[in-house]
Design a protein around this ligand. Structure first.
Ligand code: HEC
Length: 258
């Protein structure tokens, strides 16, 4: 190893020690931190069109958030324990920042956000998933009891409280958004809430209920889809970890529906 590389590694190691002294995880970051980074990468892939269109900034606040998230991905990437995956994650985080600064097209940004998520998923501990979900009627009843004040009876983001909320509650029927959200991302939003918005953490619900709601709201944009498509050969882990768009790019026959 060249001396400069050695020093760079040492520097990163020291940085990690001073910044996260209590964490001894293999990845260098806690599971929760890794999941937050995945969530940020996913949000950039989803919200970027609200910040940039045709190479121009169309919303300075949204754009500032994109830059902030990209910088955080870079900074946290430095804290990862060295591994081939960490090298990829760091390179993708830098490429993402560069694409945002260049106000690149959404397709290019999404290539980097997808690779970042994939890298983070590969070093995160395996997900613990419930063995069964509530059935559709139970999920709908739970949604009606807990969520309609903001998200609306049908999930269109038009509940009685919606008008006074900024940002507005998500419209789960918005196809483009749903295409780019993983079930894991929805589950984490329900479990941890979304900072700075009316979306709070639903700690009162157990894991099975939160997963069931993630599947329920995540499927709304795809209801009425033809069920003729061949049964997707998909593991549950893959199904929850990747967005419909990413899943479909690997499997053209995949069509998410309830
Ligand atoms: C008090 C209002 C309120 C209630 C009640 C509420 N939400 Fe939300 N929710 C929001 C808002 C506002 C957002 C959008 C936040 C943003 O734009 O970052 C949101 C976002 C979300 C998201 C993220 C969607 C995405 O694509 O990023 C999910 C998932 C979600 N809500 C699920 C639920 C579920 C399930 C319930 C019921 C258990 C619920 N929400 C109840 C206000 C609420």
């Amino acid at each position: 190893m060249r001396l400069s590389q050695y020093l760079a590694r040492l520097f990163v190691a020291l940085l990690a020690i001073t910044i996260i002294p209590t964490q001894a995880q293999q990845a260098g970051l806690s599971e929760q931190q890794l999941r937050q980074l995945m969530q940020m990468a996913e949000y950039i892939g989803v919200d970027y069109p609200e910040a940039v269109a045709d190479g121009e900034i169309i919303n300075t606040d949204e754009y500032a958030e994109m830059e902030e998230f990209a910088q955080l991905l870079i900074d946290r990437g430095q804290q990862l324990a060295d591994s081939a995956e960490a090298v990829t994650i760091r390179a993708e985080a830098r490429a993402l920042q560069e694409a945002i600064q260049r106000k690149a097209a959404i397709a290019e940004v999404q290539v980097h956000t997808a690779k970042l998520r994939q890298g983070l998923l590969s070093i995160a501990p395996a997900l613990s998933l419930p063995t069964t979900l509530l059935d559709l009627n139970e999920s709908r009843a739970l949604y009606q009891a807990q969520c309609i004040a903001c998200h609306g009876v049908e999930g269109k983001g038009d509940g009685p409280l919606a008008a006074q909320l900024e940002p507005a509650p998500t419209d789960f029927h918005e196809r483009e958004r749903a295409e780019n959200r993983s079930l894991l991302g929805l589950y984490d939003a329900i479990s941890n809430g979304i900072d700075g918005t009316a979306m709070t953490a639903f700690k009162n619900l157990n894991e099975q209920q939160r997963w069931s709601l993630a599947f329920f709201v995540g499927s709304l944009a795809f209801t009425g889809e033809s069920a003729d498509a061949a049964e997707p050969k998909l593991s549950l882990q893959d199904l929850v970890m990747y967005s419909p768009q990413v899943l479909r790019s690997d499997r053209p026959d995949f069509s998410p529906s309830q």
